[in-house]
Design a protein around this ligand. Structure first.
Ligand SMILES: Cc1cc2nc3c(=O)[nH]c(=O)nc-3n(C[C@H](O)[C@H](O)[C@H](O)COP(=O)(O)O)c2cc1C
Length: 197
């Protein structure tokens, strides 16, 4: 069998499994970069995942992007960016646990923090950012809050009920919204890179 045919056959049959043993569901593969960057996000419903990927894209797609629930090993990275959704005033439990576990490392490497939340862009969100920076024991070069989104069909029954009550109390309709803008995230990524490099 010719060498080329061998590769073709192995890729299309079981032999290809050796080459593609590890499957990554929607892993973000970063571009090469002089410094190793990682963005770690906490999310319940996905808007922080999107923001994290778009922030990396704003940097030229050079950052590896991790969900805090993956419990990534952050020791090999030079710089970190940390972000989360806000739920009753708090970040996700998985991100909080990861921060506490990696504290000495984080306080040296975290360059920027962000939140994607209902109050994005307001003074309340500024408070969330300050709390997150404090938790990481850093003074980041860049902080940004983004307005987030609600997709009712994704909410857990508990979250659904609480959000329903929240809007009812305020006499406001409880509806889907989506205020997260990709261009704002791209711009934030660009800003971080300019400030650090
Ligand atoms: C149960 C629940 C509680 C929330 N509590 C807050 C809050 O205290 N402050 C806020 O600004 N946004 C709050 N939000 C809005 C979320 O932060 C916003 O929907 C964000 O986009 C969620 O991020 P995610 O999609 O990455 O999970 C809440 C949303 C839900 C579903």
């Amino acid at each position: 069998m010719r060498r080329r045919d061998f590769f073709k056959t192995s890729l299309l049959t079981g032999g290809g499994l050796f080459l593609f043993k590890k499957a990554y569901p929607l892993k973000f593969f970063p571009n090469p970069s002089k410094h190793k960057w990682a963005i770690v996000f906490g999310t319940r419903y996905g808007s922080n995942r999107d923001a994290a990927i778009w922030i990396s894209e704003g940097m030229g797609a050079i950052a590896d992007v991790f969900d805090a629930r993956e419990n990534p090993d952050l020791s090999s990275f030079d710089y970190l960016i940390i972000g989360s959704g806000i739920y009753y005033g708090r970040i996700t439990e998985s991100l909080e646990a990861l921060i506490k576990k990696n504290l000495p490392l984080l306080s040296k490497k975290v360059k920027a923090v962000f939140v994607v939340c209902g109050a994005g862009g307001t003074d309340r969100a500024k408070q969330y950012l300050e709390n997150l920076a404090k938790l990481c024991e850093v003074e980041p070069v860049a902080m940004r809050s983004f307005p987030g989104r609600i997709t009712k069909r994704l909410l857990t029954p508990d979250d659904f009920k609480l959000m329903e009550e929240f809007y009812k109390k305020r006499n406001q309709p409880f509806e889907d919204y989506d205020n997260l803008q990709r261009k704002d995230c791209l711009q934030f990524g660009e800003e971080i890179l300019k400030k650090v490099i």
